[in-house]
Design a protein. Structure first.
Length: 261
């Protein structure tokens, strides 16, 4: 089994964070081609972990590997890495900085050096998939939160990455858009893509994910299939997951809906 990412004993501190390390001895191996749900309480380190995946953050100690290769932090390596690893931020305002939606979606492909026609094609295609074609000429700052999240996702899709790392992508989206985003993710997965999705929805863990990573206080306390997690009574008890595992998420009622395509 090939690993798309491996983190080996990663430590990371924020300069203004006086309560200890955000990641402290963070180790995990993530299999390629899976739909990976990342769960953990607020502040457990999900976003910090994701920001290491495309080299935006660099470990204080320890190492990150992408497809077996240790990350380097020079411009050339990072540019290559970011073509392959698309990150949708938890807060789309941190991701979107161009004047219009079209420019925002096209920014990445343009930076890849693609010609204008190809960029236009990719923008149209990604906008259609994310149902934002009608917003293309709008200024990005004047969109709703959910619309911004869809623009951010379209910008990542337009890069055609191998890995999509999405930080709580669903939380600001209406239930109709959520379903269509799951279809987009399914398509992406069917074409061989690996997905990392940070989520607070246990329905997503149980019905969508093929692999789940559980974080607690800056460490990984479990990595495996959802069934293996359920069978692991010590992790289930110690993380408190056993108390909420059966909690139904009203926006995700049916297993079948995750696999609709
Ligand atoms: N910019 C920052 N400056 C200082 N500390 C930070 C910063 N961002 C996060 N932290 C701290 O790092 C730890 C991990 O935070 P992180 O944002 O990775 O958690 P999370 O699991 O994504 O949480 P959430 O579910 O709320 O999104 C927390 O203790 C948090 O307070
Ligand atoms: Mg977060």
């Amino acid at each position: 089994m090939t690993n798309i990412f491996e983190f080996r004993d990663v430590h990371f501190d924020y300069p203004e964070h006086d309560g200890g390390s955000a990641l402290s001895g963070f180790s995990v191996s993530l299999p390629q081609g899976e739909k990976i749900a990342v769960v953990g309480r607020n502040g457990s380190g999900k976003s910090t972990f994701f920001l290491h995946c495309n080299g935006l953050y660099r470990p204080k100690s320890g190492q990150v590997f992408f497809k077996g290769e240790p990350l380097a932090y020079d411009r050339k390596f990072l540019q290559r890495l970011r073509q392959q690893v698309g990150l949708v931020f938890q807060n789309p305002d941190e991701q979107l900085f161009n004047a219009s939606v079209t420019q925002d979606i096209g920014f990445g492909p343009l930076n890849l050096g693609l010609d204008e026609g190809e960029v236009r094609h990719r923008v149209q295609e990604a906008a259609k998939a994310c149902e934002i074609t009608h917003l293309l000429e709008r200024p990005t700052h004047a969109l709703s939160g959910g619309e911004k999240a869809r623009v951010a996702l379209a910008g990542v899709l337009a890069m055609r990455p191998q890995v999509m790392v999405a930080d709580e992508l669903m939380s600001s989206l209406d239930p109709w858009v959520r379903l269509s985003i799951f279809e987009i993710l399914q398509n992406f997965h069917d074409q061989g893509g690996t997905i990392l999705l940070a989520t607070h929805s246990l329905s997503v863990v149980r019905y969508w994910a093929s692999y789940v990573v559980v974080l607690e206080a800056g460490r990984v306390v479990f990595g495996g299939t959802p069934q293996a997690l359920l069978n692991n009574s010590s992790v289930m008890t110690e993380t408190g997951l056993s108390k909420i595992w059966w909690k139904v998420d009203p926006d995700f009622p049916e297993k079948a809906e995750f696999n609709a395509s």
